[in-house]
Design a protein around this ligand. Structure first.
Ligand code: ATR
Length: 277
């Protein structure tokens, strides 16, 4: 029986076992997917010896994504550019492969809920400069965005990301956000602002074009203040839950050999578990 896991520390609140458990059942696969606590001190050696622990691969979450990056023998383009690994699998030669599927999850969510969202996509504004921002900047560049503006509370971190991703990415100060909003086709919040228990994200959308798409990686609450404001003024919006679901797809396919779908039923199951439906 093929066995995979989500690994991190702590790991109790992960939604991944529910997501993969749903797909295993839906496809009648005799496999399993568990939550495995892996403290950072032992992470590197754990990932380097997955078969000895009974796993064909795993997901990796906080605080182990860099350890997984270092343990992987082969990295795909996304993992290299994002600088962190959230999905590991052993290929047919027993080589440990690492990927970062957060960017693909971001794209999969928009593709599913707003087909052609990127058709005329050119200029995007990314709020935040952490790990999630790196994945989303990679994703936008992979879809041909030519100007990706990065605004962050700590400007130096935005500048560091812009230097890393090259000339199509430009760091801007939080104060000049208002001016830049007028040019954007897409606005993405990748900060934790707006999440339950965190301060609200306060930005003035007055200059934002009505044709711009607004999306948030925060999914609890599902409708953040940013998405509510954007919807009220007539912008198209996409919430962040789908990114969580879609980032799980490539791993499941690698471990269990079937490409699963993000269905409305799966979305409902996760919302119910979060007490949001
Ligand atoms: P993740 O991996 O989820 O992106 P992270 O790497 O900790 O998490 O990044 C969190 C992001 O949210 C950062 O851009 C952070 O801004 P700083 O780089 O200035 O710390 C942003 N963030 C978190 N709390 C914030 C707050 N109260 N105000 C503004 N930005 C905040």
């Amino acid at each position: 029986m093929r066995k995979a896991a989500v690994t991190g520390h702590p790991i109790g609140h992960s939604k991944s076992p529910l997501i993969h458990g749903y797909w295993l059942k839906q496809h009648g696969i005799e496999g399993s997917y568990v939550a495995q606590d892996v403290p950072p001190e032992t992470a590197r050696s754990f990932y380097s010896s997955l078969p000895e622990h009974g796993f064909v691969g795993c997901n990796v979450t906080i605080p182990n994504k860099e350890h997984a990056y270092n343990a992987a023998e082969k990295l795909d383009d996304a993992a290299k550019m994002i600088g962190a690994v959230n999905t590991l699998w052993l290929d047919e030669n027993g080589v440990l492969n690492g990927s970062n599927t957060d960017g693909l999850g971001f794209l999969g969510n928009l593709d599913q809920l707003l087909p052609n969202w990127d058709k005329n996509g050119n200029k995007a504004i990314v709020l935040g400069a952490g790990g999630a921002a790196r994945a989303i900047i990679w994703a936008l560049l992979s879809r041909g965005y030519t100007e990706v503006y990065i605004a962050n509370r700590t400007m130096e971190k935005a500048q560091k990301l812009a230097d890393h991703f090259g000339p199509n990415t430009i760091a801007i100060s939080w104060d000049t956000l208002g001016e830049k909003l007028g040019e954007a086709d897409l606005l993405v919040n990748t900060t934790s602002l707006g999440m339950t228990g965190q301060p609200e994200l306060k930005i003035d959308l007055d200059n934002l074009s009505k044709s711009a798409v607004v999306t948030d990686i925060v999914y609890s609450p599902l409708q953040t203040e940013l998405l509510r404001d954007a919807t009220e003024r007539g912008n198209r919006t996409v919430d962040g839950l789908g990114m969580l679901l879609h980032q799980a797809v490539p791993g499941f396919e690698k471990w269990f050999g079937v490409r699963p779908e993000v269905t409305g039923e799966l979305r409902k199951i996760i919302l119910r578990e979060m007490g949001l439906a």
